[in-house]
Design a protein around this ligand. Structure first.
Ligand code: ATP
Ligand code: MG
Length: 331
């Protein structure tokens, strides 16, 4: 029996290079070695987009296109829509009893996101509770392997706390602890130099961007603001073009030489940016090609099929959960 892998994304926009580096690359690599579940987390996206359900609805298809275009294989990985599995919402309710308000408020990812979204004064309960819903997403499938970006590490820790508490209280071992698998390149910064490329910050290169858009974004990238002439000495640290080249350029020695040259003066930003454009085009061109061959009708079928399979799996777990809790009143 293969171990279960589960991960997902919020349908709050299209996927970008940060997702690729943080999580997508690992998913594609790992999909055949595990029983893989890829969740389109629309319930979670609604916690801060509840006034704009149309964005969430549109983004569901954008995500599914992105998944298939980057090489997720729906014949081995189950792609499903979170809201269509009420069993997960049911489990969330039971797990809510095992978490205190102060523990949620201490979650570092939640704290950072509340600040970023300006939700410091009045916090929607649904948003604050999303780590519990994430624990239900993971445990409802018995998932043990979670490929995510490093901002998700606190969620995995909180999930494992909930698992231990549930198993102790109900004297069972049905819920499984899980482990984050974080992309080796960590967090991808935005093209503006902010520490995270993000859908909602408008500082990301999307996997579906056309070559001209990629070029425009790369040319606008944050470098060293004091490096005005080619002959000037430049700073490599905090220079987003070098951060991206470190990740996306294959020849690491060439980058080391360019960094030396940049520090001493004599290497221009434009030539570095042109090099990065070429690297990104090499990565994105096959993704674009696969995307062009997909149809909405085909994607719809994949989503229906995946959601049906995922629901069966969650139903099995919920039977075991209700039994463990002694609330399976009608057998
Ligand atoms: P939002 O702004 O709506 O929260 P997001 O861009 O943060 O969107 P999510 O759907 O929240 O994207 O994240 C999906 C996955 O991608 C998570 O595992 C997250 O850790 C990872 N991820 C997102 N942005 C980055 C990034 N810049 N670098 C590395 N990993 C990332
Ligand atoms: Mg996020």
């Amino acid at each position: 029996m293969k171990k279960i892998l589960l991960t997902g994304d919020r349908p709050s926009g299209k996927l970008h290079l940060g997702h690729y580096v943080g999580s997508l690359q690992n998913r594609v690599k790992m999909q055949a070695d595990y029983d893989s579940y890829i969740m389109i987390a629309d319930v979670q996206a609604l916690t801060d987009n509840f006034e704009n359900p149309d964005i969430v609805q549109q983004s569901i298809y954008e995500l599914a296109y992105d998944y298939l275009a980057i090489g997720i294989d729906p014949s081995i990985a189950t792609i499903y829509i979170q809201s269509q599995i009420p069993e997960v919402a049911e489990l969330t309710i039971y797990l809510m009893n095992l978490v205190t308000l102060s523990r949620l408020e201490r979650n570092p990812t939640v704290k950072a996101e509340l600040a970023q979204k300006g939700m410091t004064e009045s916090i929607p309960v649904g948003f604050l509770c999303y780590p519990i819903s994430q624990a239900a997403d993971i445990t409802a499938f018995g998932a043990e392997v979670i490929p995510v970006g490093e901002d998700q590490q606190p969620m995995i820790e909180q999930t494992n706390e909930i698992v231990r508490r549930f198993n102790r209280i109900y004297n069972t071992n049905i819920l499984k602890e899980c482990q984050a698998h974080i992309g080796i390149n960590g967090r991808l910064p935005g093209i503006d130099g902010k520490n995270k490329a993000s859908k909602s910050l408008g500082n990301a290169i999307f996997l579906s961007d056309e070559p001209a858009v990629v070029k425009e974004k790369v040319m606008s990238m944050f470098t060293d603001p004091n490096h005005l002439k080619v002959s000037d000495k430049g700073k490599v640290e905090g220079n987003v073009v070098f951060t991206y080249l470190d990740i996306f350029h294959q020849d690491k020695e060439e980058i080391a030489d360019l960094k030396d040259g940049y520090r001493q003066g004599g290497v221009g930003d434009v030539s570095l940016k042109q090099m990065l454009c070429k690297d990104l085009d090499g990565l994105l061109a096959p993704i674009r090609e696969r995307r062009a061959a997909l149809s909405r009708a085909h994607i719809r079928e994949i989503l229906i099929d995946g959601t049906t399979r995922a629901q069966k799996k969650a139903q099995e777990m919920m039977q075991a959960v209700r039994n463990a809790m002694g609330i399976n009143y009608f057998g």
